[in-house]
Structures are given as structure tokens and as C-alpha cells.
Design a protein around this ligand. Structure first.
Ligand code: KG4
Ligand code: ZN
Length: 352
């Protein structure tokens, strides 16, 4: 089944096609970074307008390698979570195609999309595993038992990991997106140079907190003349990256040990960070676990991951009612009494 995937939940307009497997055929991403950079973050109104301007051309380019829309047998589109105005652009475009061509269609959870980037690997990582989504909006640990069956173990109490990168980059005057800028600025730095807080590590819980890092960064900059430059900036960025990578990898390994899962899948925009990928590989190997991170281009927002998740659901016969709208909040899994989430039930509005 050839599936067209569409993603527009934040600041990337993306379309992709997957074939059976799922196997990636094409993936086109238009990043709006240049439009949002002057504001130091994503401006929702600008994001929606840019999606409207770009989506038709991006979908057309993604369809070129298969010979156009006539070959497409199903459509998958991000239904949430994300910016509602941005999500609606992709949703409405997809629904237009669905109605015009009478195609089967599913709305995909963006977080399940990030987790599904791993399905495009050859060979693909086996279930069960621990999955860590670290992006601009989320930092969540799951015990992924099978595709669509995720027990949520814990998430952030405040900022997401990517948000921490973005906010500190703004304090440092480095621009947007922060993770990329901090990785670049810290490349020649000493990651042990500056002691930064690692919240909640001692608690052995699966919760994260990154707001203390933002405060520590602001204090450090204020106490060092209001501006960091040269080697001092490099050391600070390398130390910040190390603190975030340290927290994320330790919690993921703790989760794998506690849940007796044999491996860890890393996902989301922050998973594009080279130091995080290295540290996870090294620590997982030392703990006797496997670790997998998708190619970097499949970590940051893209439609290949949405098409992959959509292919899994469409080929199982799942369909989303055409009336269902965008969902700004759409947790992957429902709460149980023990404070953990279970997710074998289909999300709201999706017919199994
Ligand atoms: O998954 P994503 O593209 O969008 C969301 O779903 O949020 O993640 C974007 C986040 C941003 O916060 C960005 O700063 C971060 O991922 N990011 C990185 C890197 N590339 C993107 N963080 C650290 N290192 C990177 N190389
Ligand atoms: Zn994302």
C-alpha cells in the first residue's frame, strides 16, 4: 500500500511517501526556520500562513517519484499534538485529497510519528524496548511493547529538553533553533568546564525537570558580564549539552533496567544531537543494552515518520472519521491509577 504522509504540526511543512514495509520512497521537508528566527521561536500565525503557502508544492514534490496522486492508496496526516492553526492546514489539505479520491485515511499522533521513524530502518529495532521522545514540545519515556502499545513511564514536569536548548540559546543570543546552535557553539568546548544542575536524577523516578537549567544559565550569564564569548561560550554550551544528554541517557537506562527491556530507541528533534547519540550508545553498551537512533533527518520533524505510522495503522484497517479535527493535546496513552499510562486503546475518535 503506497501511503502519502503529511506533517504540519509546528514549523516544518513536510510530505512523504512510503511503500510496504514500511519502506521510504520520498521525503520532502520545508523548514520555516528563516521565517521564525527573527523572533527567537515559532510564531503560530506565521507558521500557519507558511504552511498554507508551501503545502501544495511540497506534496507535489513528494509524489513525483511514484508518478503522482493516482498511485497513492492511503493518506496519513498529523492530527496532533501541536499548534492547532498549523495542524489544520495539513489536515484540511489531506481531507481534500481523501474526499476527491475516496482514499482511506488516518490521523496520526505526532509522538507516535517520532517513535515510528525507527520503523524505516533496515533492520528495524525489535519490540519491546524503551522509547525516549525528546523534542521541542515533549520529553517522554515509554515502554513500547509493540507498535501502538505504549506504557508511558514519565515525562517532564516543566520544560521539554528541546525547549531547554531553545531557551538557553535565546539567553545566550545564539538564535533559533537552539539545539543546533548550542551544539555548534559548544563543538570545541570542554563539557566538564561548568557545573550545571541535573534535577531529579537522585529520585530514580522517570520524571524530568529542565527549568532549573534555564535559571542556572541566566544566572551564569549575568554573573559573567551579561555576555559569553569565545572559549567561555564554547565551554558553557558543551557543559549544557552534557547536562541534558546525561539526564536523558541515565533515565532511559534506568527505565530499561526497571522494565527489563533489552534496548532503547531515541526519537524527536533532540535525538539529532551527536553527543546525546554517542553517550546513549556508550552507556547502553556498558549496561548490556542495545540503543538505536534514526538518521538525524528522521529525528527532527518530517512526514516520513507520519507516513510510517500511518502505513502501520492503515494496513491494519484503521480509519479516522473525516469529521475529526486537530487536537492540540493528544497524550500517547491513558493514565492508570499507579500514575503510569497504558496505551493499547485507540486514541479518541479513531476506529479500530
Ligand atoms: O521534533 P522536533 O523537530 O519538533 C517538535 O516536535 O518539537 O524538535 C525540535 C527541537 C527543538 O527544540 C530543537 O532545538 C531541538 O529539537 N533540536 C536539537 C538539535 N536539533 C534540533 N537539540 C539538540 N541538538 C540538536 N542537534
Ligand atoms: Zn516533533
Amino acid at each position: 500500500m503506497l501511503v502519502l504522509g503529511i506533517e504540519s504540526s509546528c514549523d516544518e511543512t513536510a510530505a512523504a511517501v512510503v511503500d510496504d514495509g514500511p519502506r521510504l520512497i520520498s521525503s520532502i521537508i520545508h523548514s520555516q526556520v528563516a521565517e521564525h528566527a527573527p523572533f527567537g521561536g515559532v510564531v503560530p500565525e506565521i507558521a500557519s500562513r507558511e504552511h498554507v503557502n508551501r503545502i501544495a508544492g511540497i506534496v507535489r514534490r513528494a509524489l513525483e517519484p511514484v508518478g503522482g496522486l493516482d498511485r497513492i492508496q492511503g493518506i496519513a496526516v498529523t492530527g496532533g499534538p501541536g499548534l492547532v492553526g498549523a495542524l489544520l492546514v495539513g489536515l484540511q489539505f489531506a481531507k481534500g485529497l481523501v474526499v476527491a479520491r475516496a482514499l482511506p485515511y488516518v490521523a496520526v499522533n505526532h509522538l507516535e510519528g517520532h517513535l515510528s521513524a525507527a520503523l524505516l530502518a533496515e533492520p528495524r529495532p525489535a519490540y519491546p524496548h524503551i522509547a525516549l521522545v525528546a523534542s521541542g514540545g515533549h520529553t517522554q519515556l515509554y515502554h513500547a511493547k509493540a507498535f501502538g502499545d505504549y506504557a508511558a513511564l514519565g515525562g517532564t514536569r516543566d520544560d521539554a529538553a528541546g525547549e531547554a536548548f531553545d531557551k538557553v540559546a535565546k539567553i545566550l543570543g545564539l538564535g533559533y533553533p537552539g539545539g543546533v546552535q548550542i551544539e555548534k557553539a559548544g563543538a570545541s568546548g570542554n563539557r566538564e568546564a561548568i557545573k550545571l544542575p541535573r534535577a531529579l536524577l537522585a529520585r530514580k523516578s522517570f520524571e524530568f525537570s529542565f527549568s532549573g537549567l534555564k535559571t542556572a544559565a541566566a544566572d551564569y550569564v549575568r554573573n559573567h558580564g551579561g555576555r559569553l564569548e569565545g572559549a567561555e561560550l564554547a565551554d558553557f554550551c558543551a557543559s549544557l549539552q552534557e547536562a541534558i544528554a546525561d539526564i536523558l541517557t541515565r533515565k532511559a537506562i534506568l527505565a530499561a533496567r526497571r522494565e527489563k527491556a533489552p534496548g532503547i530507541v531515541l526519537a524527536g528533534g533532540v535525538a539529532a544531537n551527536t553527543r546525546l547519540r554517542e553517550l546513549l550508545q556508550a552507556r547502553a553498551a556498558a549496561a548490556g543494552l542495545w540503543a538505536f537512533a534514526p538518521p538525524k533527518v528522521l529525528c527532527t520533524d518530517n512526514a516520513a515518520m507520519i507516513a510510517a505510522a500511518g502505513w502501520m495503522r492503515l494496513t491494519r484497517g484503521e480509519r479516522t472519521p473525516i469529521e475529526q479535527s486537530a487536537q492540540s493535546r493528544w497524550p500517547l496513552g491513558a493514565m492508570t491509577q499507579r500514575g503510569r499510562h497504558r496505551s493499547s486503546t485507540p486514541p479518541h475518535g479513531v476506529r479500530p
